[in-house]
Ligand binder design. Structure first.
Ligand code: C5P
Length: 232
């Protein structure tokens, strides 16, 4: 079984990333590589993490014309990662193309679709012309993602209950916006604590700064894992 906690390795250099990775094991946590590290350091370190046996989530949130996304997903598949993602806002045709790019092998990466970023609240959505609530937009985009062949969605833990009612447990719910104690003092808006997120049924918890920015990241991870295991 894949570890429930995925650590967001938002570092800008390989040395910092490996300093953390060298202290954890593939049984303990999954690892997420996002735009900052990938832009700074490229694909080679990603392949190294895969080689070391980690479940690697390549979080590049593709959002482009279907042909471009299909080819990008095909390249991501060749890195051997466990999960990739696209923005559901790219639409049905783009999500379907992403799936085609991943191929049909049983060990292909899982395809998840970002619904509405956990950093966006109602005011932010209104400012870009979205009149509906985050919850109803997430529902709509999750339905689109599921019918287009995605294996799951990236959403806030606040929306997991609603999505489980609609889709059941099989359709994956990957949740960033996780904050110990359920309080945020940064850009994440639709948040939940680790234990609450597990209780509502999140499949995977993506956690970055509460771990990577703490004085002792591995200790911070262990504390979170203990909280999570208490709910399983
Ligand atoms: O530091 P923090 O815990 O906020 O990190 C969350 C991570 O999850 C970041 O790397 C961010 O890019 C990513 N993410 C997110 N919201 C999404 C998808 C991914 O915050 N919808």
């Amino acid at each position: 079984m894949n570890p429930k906690v995925i650590v967001a390795l938002d570092y800008s250099d390989e040395e910092s990333l490996m300093a953390f990775v060298n202290r954890v094991s593939p049984e303990l946590c999954g690892l997420k590589v996002g735009k900052e590290f990938f832009t700074a350091c490229g694909p080679a370190p990603v392949e190294l993490l895969v080689k070391r046996g980690f479940s690697v989530f390549l979080d590049l949130k593709y959002h482009d014309i279907p042909n471009t996304v299909q080819r990008a997903c095909s390249a991501a598949k060749d890195l051997g990662v466990w999960m990739i993602n696209v923005h559901a806002l790219g639409g049905a045709e783009m999500i379907q193309a992403a799936k085609v790019g991943l191929g049909v092998n049983t060990d292909r990466p899982l395809l998840t679709a970002v619904t509405i970023l956990t950093s966006m609240d109602h005011a932010a959505l209104t400012s870009i012309g979205f009149e509906h609530s985050a919850t109803s937009l997430v529902e709509r985009l999750a339905r689109l993602s599921e019918s287009s062949g995605a294996d799951g969605v990236v959403c806030s833990a606040n929306e997991v209950g609603m999505l489980s009612t609609i889709f059941g447990r099989e359709f994956l719910k990957v949740t960033p916006g996780i904050r110990p104690g359920g309080v945020t003092n940064d850009d994440q808006k639709r948040i939940m604590s680790p234990s609450q997120a597990v209780r509502v049924g999140a499949d995977y918890l993506v956690i970055g700064r509460p771990i990577t920015q703490s004085e002792d990241p591995v200790r911070a991870l262990e504390v979170i894992l203990k909280e999570v295991q208490g709910e399983e």
